[in-house]
Design a protein. Structure first.
Length: 300
């Protein structure tokens, strides 16, 4: 039953892994890029929503609609903070810090949804956290001020808002993924409107516009439909593991197209992250003790 949601989540995270590469090619600041993403995604999702006929079957719930709106606010600023981090630091480092979010999701999910945090899950969190810290390369920053001005704060804020988005989205059951993502991106247009500098759109090349449209239709519309459609069917443990496909793709593209070469410490961090992913997916073994045939509870 979980095969299709796992497949959709895997595809969405794989595509999203290339967003840093595309965002650099757009030539737009963070607010303006997210604004365009919201417009493109709203148009894309409204078309899909209409063609699928899903809008006729929607079951609107006041409480859930309010939850979707709150989720949308976190989602929009999650994007803004992430693209701001891309402006100030390398894609690999930014996306690695950003993926502290699954650690936050797993921890907060165990409290909010009362999901049991197994020993293997806890160990996978620790391993992934260590891997992320190694990739960040905190030792490269000689002072606290330098650490703050490097873009790390924006990446951490993006991670926090991503965690909130995931947890809020997980609790939505009745509204379709089309309606939910449409409402969120439509809301984003009006949230960002006061902050937009429309002069940023002048002088853009054809390649810039191709990258902009790709981030809007593919990285926003398609990815977030797949993401939210699968989110409600998967436990926090699986979600937290699959989202690590994102940094894997991001690092690979960084190495192939931008000349990024990880240090030995960063390679170790990557190994730790994917090792933690594999561990979180492993089901704990149950130990069965074979009792004698003549054993009775009275014996105890």
């Amino acid at each position: 039953m979980r095969a299709i949601p796992v497949f959709k989540m895997s595809i969405s995270m794989t595509i999203f892994g290339s967003i840093g590469f595309f965002s650099v090619k757009t030539g737009l600041p963070s607010f303006e890029l997210v604004f365009v993403r919201c417009i493109c995604a709203t148009l894309f999702l409204s078309l899909c929503w209409g063609l699928s006929g899903q809008y006729k079957k929607e079951k609107w719930n006041k409480r859930e609609t309010a939850q979707i709106i709150a989720c949308g606010i976190f989602l929009v600023f999650n994007w803004v903070f992430l693209f701001k981090a891309f402006e100030m630091m390398s894609v690999t480092v930014a996306i690695s810090i950003y993926h502290l979010a699954p650690v936050l999701v797993l921890l907060m999910g165990s409290i909010i949804f009362k999901e049991k945090l197994a020993v293997l899950s806890f160990l996978s969190i620790v391993i992934c956290f260590i891997g992320t810290v190694l990739i960040i390369g905190i030792n490269n920053h000689t002072s606290f001020h330098e650490l703050l001005s490097s873009g790390i704060v924006w990446a951490l804020l993006a991670a926090l808002f991503y965690a909130f988005t995931t947890l809020l989205g997980k609790g939505i059951k009745y509204t379709s993924a089309y309606a939910m993502t449409f409402l969120q991106t439509f809301l984003g247009i009006f949230i960002l409107m006061p902050f937009i500098d429309f002069d940023s759109f002048t002088g853009l090349t054809q390649n810039n516009w191709i990258a902009i449209i790709a981030t809007g239709l593919i990285h926003t519309g398609l990815v977030y439909y797949l993401f939210f459609d699968s989110l409600r069917y998967l436990p926090t443990r699986i979600i937290s593991a699959l989202v690590f496909l994102d940094p894997g793709v991001a690092i690979l593209l960084d190495m192939l197209f931008t000349g990024f070469r990880p240090t030995l410490i960063q390679i170790l961090g990557i190994v730790f992250i994917f090792g933690g992913m594999a561990l979180s997916l492993k089901k704990p073994k149950t130990i069965r003790i074979k009792l004698p045939e003549n054993y009775s509870t009275k014996n105890s």
